[in-house]
Design a protein around this ligand. Structure first.
Ligand code: MRU
Length: 392
């Protein structure tokens, strides 16, 4: 069972969990191996957790946040300084190390800031007490995410009728969160309520999260799923078989512009052209009060080899470069609504997103945490190969 995620038992796997007490470890389902191999990895140190996030063994904005919270515990557990000042220095070091793993998903920074703020507050306590407090905070972040997913699912399900065809892109399901997902949450709840749903899953080039992950988890749940090439989505939407499109998000700006897996923008534009409603499902932890519009969202750029040599098979000529942004930004005007844990937020987003965050005490709390002097929310402190550059 997942920590705090009883509602995912029906899927029969655990995306991430903590095993044991303060001397325990995080256990991840290695998503780079799915669906061919279902293998868990046990992670007991900061660098292995950071590496798991970078290489997408754990991925999806909320799951990255949870992994970072556990990674934080592992980082401060290693060589914990007794005195308060060196402890604070170590906390900053661990936070920065994890913050440099992936720049776009704001849930990473939300979770790290929450952990770092608490760690600074408890600096005067004994080392063992600090670790126990931080582990229970990481477990709370995990449990809360499971609850947010369930609530998103209940709101998402209200948009889904019996027999509907739904198109999704990438994986925003149980594999991407601490619970039943965001984009897939409404589908799971509608299915649970007895409605028949047909899901169309874009394969999601270049890393195939749709073909490998979304198709895997939906088929385990007994939900009718069909994989298609990303390029086939236009024809599918034009054919009238898609009633609505739902995707997840990695970061939502205050004006509603939304970063999600590369290709999402194209799908949203096509949906708009054919008057098919395009929704984003995301918890309030994915909204970023520090980002006014899409142009300020840092977009992760990954190794071009993922495009030129997908799954390790070189398909492009050896000398050819590849451009590999992991995300793109969908303009707010293409988004019919945001399915959140507090309901469906509709335009005008400049006003409704502010109202959403203002009425959500935890969102307001983390918004404050996101503005510490020198705080990095992915705009800087990134390592070579993980920063956004213009197309070559
Ligand atoms: O690169 P990934 O696989 O981490 O990208 C994931 C996505 O784009 C998801 O749609 C997003 O993180 C939302 S997950 C609930």
């Amino acid at each position: 069972m997942k920590e705090g995620g009883e509602t995912t038992d029906f899927l029969g796997f655990s995306t991430i969990r903590w095993e044991g007490g303060i001397d325990g470890a995080a256990v991840l389902l290695d998503q780079t191996l799915l669906p061919q191999e279902v293998r868990e990895i046990r992670i007991g140190d900061l660098e292995t957790m950071r590496d798991a996030i970078v290489r997408l063994a754990v991925r999806g904005a909320p799951a990255i946040g949870i992994a970072a919270a556990y990674g934080f515990v592992l980082g401060v557990r290693d060589r914990p300084p007794r005195d308060a000042d060196p402890w604070r220095a170590r906390v900053r070091e661990v936070r920065e190390r994890l913050a440099s793993s992936r720049p776009t998903a704001v849930n990473l920074f939300h979770a790290l800031d929450r952990m770092a703020r608490l760690a600074a507050r408890i600096a005067p306590e004994a080392p063992e007490a600090r670790l126990a407090t931080l582990l229970s905070e990481a477990l709370a972040i995990h449990r809360e995410d499971a609850d947010l997913c369930e609530r998103i699912g209940r709101h998402g399900a209200t948009l889904i009728g019996d027999g509907d065809g739904i198109l999704t892109h990438c994986n925003a399901g149980a594999l991407a969160t601490g619970g039943i997902g965001t984009a897939l949450a409404g589908i799971y709840v509608a299915h649970r309520q007895g409605r028949r749903v047909r899901v169309w899953a874009d394969e999601t080039r270049p890393l195939w999260q749709g073909a490998r992950l979304t198709a895997w988890e939906l088929s385990r749940a007994g939900i009718d799923v069909t994989v298609l090439c990303d390029g086939a989505a236009a024809g599918l939407i034009a054919s009238g078989r898609v009633k609505l499109v739902i995707t997840g998000a990695d970061r939502i700006a205050m004006n509603g512009d939304t970063a999600n897996k590369v290709g999402t923008y194209g799908i949203a534009a096509l949906a708009g052209l054919h008057e098919v409603p395009f929704y984003i499902a995301a918890p309030t932890t994915t909204f970023d009060p520090g980002t006014p519009g899409g142009a300020s969202i840092p977009i992760e750029e990954r190794d071009g080899e993922e495009v030129a040599g997908p799954l390790g098979i070189r398909v492009a000529p050896a000398a050819v470069r590849a451009w590999n942004p992991a995300f793109d930004v969908t303009p707010a005007r293409l988004i019919a609504g945001f399915i959140t844990e507090d309901g469906i937020v509709r335009p005008p987003y400049e006003r409704t997103i502010r109202t959403l965050l203002a009425s959500n005490p935890s969102a307001e709390q983390w918004a404050r945490a996101l503005f510490p002097p020198g705080g990095d929310r992915g705009g800087g402190n990134r390592e070579k190969g993980n920063t956004h550059r213009p197309p070559p």
